[in-house]
Write a protein that binds this ligand. Structure first.
Ligand code: NAD
Length: 505
């Protein structure tokens, strides 16, 4: 199929699908397992963004006036609609991003959980009131929407990550502008077909496709009040600074380098399963992927033989095949970059316990971006590869003599997204949990995956901002608090003076 024969994706603005009116170019959307061009995505320009923001601003008053329970009902309906198209969404994720179909189904399940959690808005958006802060004077805090909220998202979770934000934002009465990753823009076309079917006031949700230029326009746009970003650490920093400079509320979730600590008392079989799932699931392209294995003492001898054998047994292939364990990485350019990381690590003294640079298999056609799981052993704790995010199926193994040493290795990282510890010792876990400088911890869990009803985010260069994604933090992020002090003279209950009484103790 030639590029020109493929569908040119549209934007969804003001309740209508429309071609980008001011595109500065377009880009091919490629199936990373086959090299097939799936569609073309427009790189929308500033006039497209203006249209989306104008629509979103225009919808604010009408949407805010819809009662919270009615807004929740729209989300209940969205939930049913997404469930009905769940398999289609999962296949879209696999086709444009590459992860296995089982992994994509799990992603879609988590996307839908975000909607379910946002359905609780009549409860979660409640404010607080205290009667009689002084005689006949009450104080209350109510939550009101922030305004037009935008999200800029990465390639690795085409279904779930946009939904870390969208359902919570609109549940709180905000309107929304989404910019999907230009590498994987197709899954959100399906999601927006279902949002369209809800018949929300036009402009409540908007989808604008584009790249870097569009992001920069969003960060500077005076009509956008809040920005949520998920992506690599350098871009997170840029987004955080530029959005804050233009006075926006901003949360920016960045890149990662996650460790997995295996203690000598770990139960080996499930530990190996956990490590493999974390390091090689989604071909290592999760922000929570474990990419440094820290073995403590004799854990190295206990875990490595089983880990190497299990890694060598993994099947690499097209994620749509149910038997595939590891799909392609996002692009051939990404594969070449990852191979370069492995080569530099080997030159720096690492040893390839499993070398996946030249994956074999009849089904791996020449157009796919395949690289097989790779384990680099004997890596020095200060080797360059320990400090950089590879974002591919590459696991580096570092030895530590003690739990304290392992904690130091983990905490020395400039990232602090996720970490796992494998042990049966409650004392080790307690100490680890207390000391380690990381935002999310798995205990005998390879991927401490996001749960809709808890906040999710790392520390240090993995996160800039204070309010994390989803859970109770989403309600904080998507509402402004307003505090009202009131009294009524005719209530017959007398009157105090709050400030005078307070000053008097
Ligand atoms: P990326 O930073 O390249 O792109 C993310 C978004 O930013 C995309 O929508 C892209 O269009 C835009 N963008 C890219 N470069 C830009 C620039 N220079 N200026 C303005 N906008 C720009 O990230 P990616 O490769 O799509 O995603 C992978 C990264 O995302 C990894 O680093 C991964 O760890 C991270 N990630 C983090 C989390 C988390 O929760 N912390 C979750 C998922 C992914």
């Amino acid at each position: 199929m030639t590029a020109t024969a493929t569908r040119l994706l549209e934007n969804y603005i003001a309740g209508r699908w429309m071609p980008a009116a001011a595109a500065t170019g377009e880009q091919e959307v490629v199936n990373p397992a086959t090299g097939e061009v799936l569609a073309r995505v427009p790189l929308s320009g500033s006039a497209d963004l203006d249209d989306a923001v104008t629509a979103a601003r225009g919808a604010l008053a009408e949407w805010r006036a819809v009662s919270t329970i009615a807004r929740a009902r729209k989300l209940f309906e969205l939930r049913e609609r997404l469930v009905a198209r769940g398999e289609e969404l999962a296949r879209s994720v696999t086709t444009e991003m590459g992860k296995t179909i089982a992994d994509a189904r799990a992603e879609v399940a988590r996307m839908i959980e975000m909607v379910e959690c946002a359905c609780a808005i009549p409860t979660t958006m409640q404010g607080r009131i205290l009667e009689d802060v002084s005689r006949n004077i009450d104080l209350e805090t109510v939550r009101q929407p922030v305004g037009v909220c935008a999200a800029i998202v990465p390639f690795n979770f085409p279904a779930m990550v946009p939904f870390w934000f969208l359902p919570f934002a609109i549940a709180c009465g905000n309107t929304f502008v989404l910019k999907p990753s230009e590498q994987v823009p197709m899954t959100q076309q399906i999601a927006f077909e279902e949002l369209d079917a809800l018949e929300l006031p036009s402009g409540v949700v908007n989808l604008v496709n584009g790249g870097r230029e569009l992001v920069e326009g969003m960060l500077d746009h005076p009509g956008i009040d809040a920005v949520s970003f998920v992506g690599s650490a350098p871009v997170a920093k840029l987004v955080y600074e530029r959005a804050a400079k233009s006075g926006k509320r901003v949360q920016a979730l960045g890149g990662a380098k996650n460790h997995m600590v295996v203690m000598p008392d770990a139960v080996i079989e499930p530990t190996v399963d956990g490590v493999i799932g974390s390091a090689f699931g989604a071909a290592g392209q999760r922000c929570m992927a474990g990419s440094v294995l820290v073995t403590v003492g004799e854990a190295h001898e206990r875990v490595m033989p089983a880990l190497v054998a299990a890694t060598e047994a993994l099947t690499v292939g097209d994620g749509l095949q149910e038997r595939t364990d590891v799909g392609p990485v996002i692009s051939c350019a990404a594969r070449d970059r990852i191979v370069g990381c492995i080569e530099r690590a080997l030159a720096d003294g690492a040893r390839a316990a499993v070398d996946g640079r030249a994956p074999a298999g009849d089904e791996l056609g020449s157009g796919g971006a395949f690289i097989a799981p790779t384990i680099l052993d004997d890596v020095a704790p200060d080797a360059p590869i320990i400090g950089e995010e590879v974002f591919g199926p590459v696991l580096s193994v570092v030895r530590a003599g003690s739990l304290d040493e392992a904690i130091d290795i983990v905490s020395a990282s400039r990232f602090g997204n996720g970490v796992s510890i494998f042990t049966e010792s409650g004392a080790s876990v307690r100490r680890f949990r207390h000391e380690v400088q990381v935002g999310m911890i798995g205990v005998n869990i390879g991927v401490a995956a996001p749960a809709a009803f808890f906040p999710f985010s790392g520390w240090k260069e993995s996160f800039l901002g204070d309010l994390h994604a989803h859970g109770p933090d989403a309600i904080e992020f998507y509402t402004r608090k307003k505090t009202v002090t009131s009294r009524y003279y005719s209530s017959g209950q007398g009157s105090g003076s709050y400030f005078v009484e307070h000053a008097g103790g």
